[in-house]
Design a protein around this ligand. Sequence first.
Ligand code: SAM
Length: 247
Amino acid sequence: MSEAHEQQGILYVVATPIGNLADLTYRARQVLAEVDLIAAEDTRHTRRLLAHYGISTRLVSCHDHNEAQVVPRLLRRLAEGESLALVSDAGTPLISDPGFQLVQGARGLGIRVVPVPGANAAVCALSAAGLPCDRFLFVGFPPRTTAKRREWATGLAGECATLVMYEAGNRVLATLAALRDQLGAERRAAVARELTKRFETFLSGSLGDLAARVEADARQQMGEFVILVEGRGEPDPGVARGDEEHI
Ligand code: SAM
């Protein structure tokens, strides 16, 4: 550890459950109980998690709308030797969640940043969806308007890696329809809903089939979703060989 590190505190980036409270790791629990301060996306939400585990560490709010004001203060505390845990409402901070400015600022000052891994909805869905995981591309949330969503889906049509995205219940059908129209109704996909929770569901099939099933069942449009789509298949090697012989 460098001399600067010895005088400074540590920033822990702590993953929290995505639904099932039992998914908080043993190490996350220890870190949350022992740090001087927890920077949380929503302090009321995190307080419930802490209460469940009997943790009484002080909380400070740190989210997209106050990051610019709060981060300099948190960095000062870290520089003065306090230790801090960063958490979001669910899953891994920074993954479609706040915290980037704090982590980037800490790294810039040479402050030690320690990840405490745990739940993440994208990886959780990938691990059980039955689609190729050797290469995947996480694309966050699709745009919300119809025209932008269509343009965004068109831009992904040629991607060979498995696509992984987040979506909310009120837009899951619109996103599936855009993917079906731009990537083709036959492309294999999966919809992972309410992971780790009581109504956890995985639907698998072609994009055309999935859009029809989700449209037909209002329950499949409720809750939190990860949508996964198999990448575009490799070009037919027979065609490539044929081209070579022509040259
Ligand atoms: N940082 C989080 C993570 O590591 O997964 C993601 C936060 S993002 C603001 C929230 C989105 O993640 C939801 O809208 C949904 O698309 C997805 N998500 C979170 N929890 C989920 C769950 N239990 N089941 C399915 N999707 C979930």
